[in-house]
Design a protein around this ligand. Structure first.
Ligand code: NAD
Length: 495
């Protein structure tokens, strides 16, 4: 049970200067450089991080390579590795509130969500992949009798991981846990504005028994240490979550270096489609509002395009606006807040600009549209609804990654599918209908990694998450995620 006084005590704690985590311990940057971290809660600096240089990153990659070659982890007995990851899950759970509060001070996610979706979800992820370690078998190929064909899953070696500032711990764990389960060593580069919770997990990993050098974290700028990691000849694969712009760069870095595979989880502009035969329109409006506005819309799968059937559009938009206005936006460390802060001033200004430009393109502001709580110094924005958005408009085509919903109407199923697929993205979608056949046709017709039916945004670890089109090419979560972290290695044995 979350308790406000525990949260308040944790939010006061001074954060010591953070080093990189290399070779099992905190290490300062070789140049001594530091980055200041601003909290979106009040706009004030509250932490300092080591500002990584290419040489710091090279050190971490060398440490990961050395640990992999030494086999301290990669050749440890599966049951022993499993025990370590299960313990890491337990340690994260024990420290869940402390870790969640640290993360919220970094990125402004509402604490109710952060505790579940960040800390507890990370604990569950380490346990889930820990459980797989001694349960996944290789294969014997159906060869002729005089030959034995064995197919092994061999770890890829050194995994480079780069993650964004939204849900850093959840998304980071989706990569770290299966990579470790498969026997790899890792170098992680978190977002410069959301590194603290991941640094804490790296520390706990050593406490749980992950050998030094197996899991390293280098903090700093993407254009410096991220680039060094992705250009390295000694990194075997890259796993990435973030923007399409950076995703493209990673593919270039791969082409310019060792052709490492790059698995990219990128942005979205996900359609949430409401038909007039939805089983419960009131429920649809409530869930759809949460599906775009929670975490200030900073959710990759947010239902950021509402496609609503013409004859119910007016009532539905009014109901969505009612929910949007009822959300309590405020201090993310206050348990009463339902929506926290926008991650940075730059993002806040970009969100406001998206809404303003939509108006100049002919959309109608139906709710919100303003910065609020400016007196706190923090970065807060009203949930915003823009109606009458046309397919060619900026707000229809481009990801805001903030609390701005684009509403477009459609006549029939055919037009709904056409509009749903009319962007370069393909991450998530929602369909609200009581017609089972229509639901199946929509699931088949929408190009997206996940289609929710009569709900929006639900999922768990057992279901893969990944995009199609320019939303990416890899999947996190589920047993499928493990496939990225091992190579198939065959043995052909003449008997
Ligand atoms: P971003 O691409 O700006 O940054 C992501 C990470 O890449 C950060 O750690 C950053 O430091 C690093 N980076 C930046 N430039 C780099 C470079 N040149 N070389 C190497 N690394 C570099 O993205 P962001 O703003 O942090 O995150 C928001 C984006 O992430 C949104 O587009 C969102 O939709 C997407 N996202 C996708 C998913 C998914 O599962 N598909 C989940 C969450 C977020």
């Amino acid at each position: 049970m979350l308790n406000q006084s525990d949260i308040d005590a944790l939010r006061q704690l001074e954060v010591p200067v953070q080093g990189h985590f290399i070779d099992g311990e905190a290490q300062a940057s070789l140049t001594g450089g530091r980055l200041e971290v601003i909290s979106p809660i009040d706009g004030k600096p509250f932490a300092r991080l080591a500002e990584g240089t290419p040489a710091d990153m090279e050190r971490a990659i060398a440490s990961a390579r050395a640990s992999f070659e030494a086999g301290h982890w990669s050749r440890m007995a599966p049951a022993a590795r499993k025990k370590v990851l299960m313990k890491l899950g337990d340690l994260i759970e024990e420290r869940a509130l402390e870790i969640a509060v640290l993360g919220v001070r970094d990125n402004g996610t509402e604490i109710n969500m952060a505790i579940k979706a960040e800390a507890l979800s990370a604990a569950a992820t380490f346990r889930y992949y820990g459980e797989t370690i001694d349960k996944i078998y290789g294969q014997v190929a159906p060869t002729a009798e005089n030959v034995l064909g064995l197919v092994h899953h061999a770890p890829v070696g050194v995994v480079g991981a780069i993650v964004p500032w939204n849900f850093p711990l959840m998304i980071g764990s989706w990569k770290i846990a299966p990579a470790l389960a498969a026997g790899n060593s890792i170098v992680l580069k978190p977002a410069e504005s959301a590194s603290l919770s991941l640094l804490k997990v790296a520390e706990l990993a050593v406490e749980a028994g992950v050998p030094p050098g197996v899991f390293n974290v280098v903090t700093g700028k993407g254009s410096v240490v991220g680039e060094t990691l992705a250009l390295s000849m000694d990194v075997d694969i890259m796993v990435f979550t973030g923007s399409g712009t950076t995703g493209r760069r990673l593919l270039e870095y791969s082409a310019r270096s060792n052709l490492k595979r790059c698995y990219l989880e990128l942005g979205g502009k996900s359609p949430n489609i409401v038909f007039n035969d939805a089983p419960d329109l009131a429920e649809a409006a409530k869930v759809s509002a949460a599906g775009i506005f929670r975490n200030s819309g900073q959710v990759c799968v947010a239902g950021s395009r509402l496609l609503v059937q013409e004859d119910i559009a007016e009532d539905f938009i009014t109901e969505m606006a009612r929910h949007a206005e009822a959300f309590r936006v405020g201090d993310p460390l206050d348990l009463a807040s339902q929506i926290g802060a926008v991650h940075s001033l730059v993002e806040l200004e970009a969100n406001l600009e998206f809404a303003a430009r939509a108006e100049t393109e002919g959309a109608e502001l139906r709710s919100g549209g303003k910065r609020i709580l400016q007196e706190t110094g923090g970065f807060y924005m009203q949930p915003t609804i823009m109606a009458g958005v046309k397919p060619q408009d900026n707000l229809f085509q481009n990801e805001v990654f903030g609390p701005v919903l684009a509403v477009t109407t459609f006549k029939d199923e055919e037009e709904a599918i056409r509009l749903a697929n009319a962007t370069t993205y393909g991450l998530s979608a929602g369909v609200w209908t009581a017609n089972l056949s229509r639901a199946h046709r929509m699931v088949a017709g929408i190009r997206a990694g996940i289609v929710h039916v009569n709900t929006y945004g639900g999922s768990d670890l057992t279901v893969p998450l990944g995009g199609v089109k320019q939303s990416g090419n890899g999947h996190d979560k589920s047993l499928h995620a493990l496939e990225k972290y091992s190579d198939l290695k065959s043995a052909w044995i003449q008997l």
